[in-house]
Ligand binder design. Structure first.
Ligand code: HEM
Ligand code: HEM
Length: 258
């Protein structure tokens, strides 16, 4: 780990992590959830959702920490000798493997879930549910499973993540093939700009959870897996009625199978 750069010696592990994420994501998408509402609680996340969010977050924290150690834009590197770069480069590699596995696992199960709309914002989510609600302080209640502001932030995470993937992919390719210096410098500048924007978005994501009480309820749901039925009925009206419909369909099919 300390005397060789994993981007040079083991780039194939990157493909293995993407492939494993996709395969497990396919299995995940086939899992069926029966009981949705019960005892005044609503199921919001399962073990796999917890693992996707926090596993990917852990990998991204390693990418950010190693990136800061290597230095970018106006953050100078803290490394004193060329050999000192091996550790943060390998940390970037390990963070990348974890992130790609978690990211592709999430992406595959999400795309196959037939519920694409749960995380993609429309113009109302952006204008009324994000700017109107948080900046103009206007009332906005017709929320889905994910709040409009969460959907807007997911879209930004996805755009920046894609930018990191493409520019980072070019930087990985440069460890295998010889690429033109101009392509490399453009990729590095863009990778660094995306990094800065990503860090700012992550700070905003964390601040929302820490500062806004209704978002803190959702933080608890990552660990308990459930939220109160009453909270869901009031704050996630669309989602609640959809869940009630689903619950009835499950009950009907159980009745038929008896
Ligand atoms: C949140 C995500 C990420 C952040 C914050 C981040 C940040 C950084 C930073 C700050 C650097 C050092 C400056 C530079 O060389 O540009 C760097 C280097 C690098 N990053 Fe990322 N990165 C992320 C994701 C990725 C991804 C997804 C890949 C690959 C697909 C990747 C591959 C690389 C490579 C290969 C290097 C250069 C290592 C070297 O040869 O010196 N990064 N990254
Ligand atoms: C790089 C790290 C992170 C990324 C990329 C990320 C991304 C996301 C995304 C895309 C969502 C909405 C979709 C989903 O639930 O899968 C989400 C939800 C959430 N995240 Fe993060 N997150 C990160 C770190 C964190 C951290 C450090 C916290 C803790 C303060 C946090 C707290 C939450 C909460 C409370 C939710 C809402 C859960 C719910 O709606 O039930 N996230 N995150």
């Amino acid at each position: 780990m300390y005397d060789s750069v994993l981007f040079d010696t083991a780039p194939w592990v990157i493909l293995v992590s993407i492939f494993t994420g996709i395969v497990l994501g396919i299995f995940r998408s086939k899992a069926i959830q029966n009981k949705i509402i019960g005892d005044g609680r609503v199921i919001r996340h399962n073990g796999s959702g917890f693992f996707q969010h926090w596993g990917t977050a852990l990998g991204i924290f390693a990418l950010i920490a190693s990136g800061i150690i290597m230095g970018f834009l106006f953050f100078p590197t803290i490394i004193k000798s060329p050999s000192g770069f091996i550790f943060p480069m390998n940390m970037h590699f390990v963070g990348l493997i974890v992130t790609l596995f978690g990211g592709f696992y999430f992406l595959t199960s999400y795309l196959l879930s037939k519920k694409i709309g749960t995380l993609i914002p429309d113009s109302k989510d952006i204008i009324h549910g994000t700017f109107g609600k948080y900046i103009l302080r206007k009332t906005w209640t017709p929320e889905d499973k994910y709040l409009s502001s969460q959907k807007a932030s997911f879209l930004l995470f996805a755009i920046l993540g894609l930018g990191q993937l493409v520019t980072g992919g070019i930087k990985v390719a440069a460890h295998i093939w010889s690429l033109s210096p101009s392509l490399m410098s453009i990729s590095t500048v863009l990778h660094d700009i995306f990094s800065l924007l990503f860090i700012l978005l992550l700070l905003e994501h964390i601040l929302f959870v820490v500062l806004i009480k209704k978002h803190r309820i959702l933080l608890a749901s990552w660990f308990k897996g459930t939220v109160a039925e009453e909270y869901t009925r009031k704050e996630h009206t669309f989602w609640y009625s959809e869940l009630q419909k689903q619950q009835l369909e499950v009950a009907d099919s159980e009745e038929i199978n008896k």
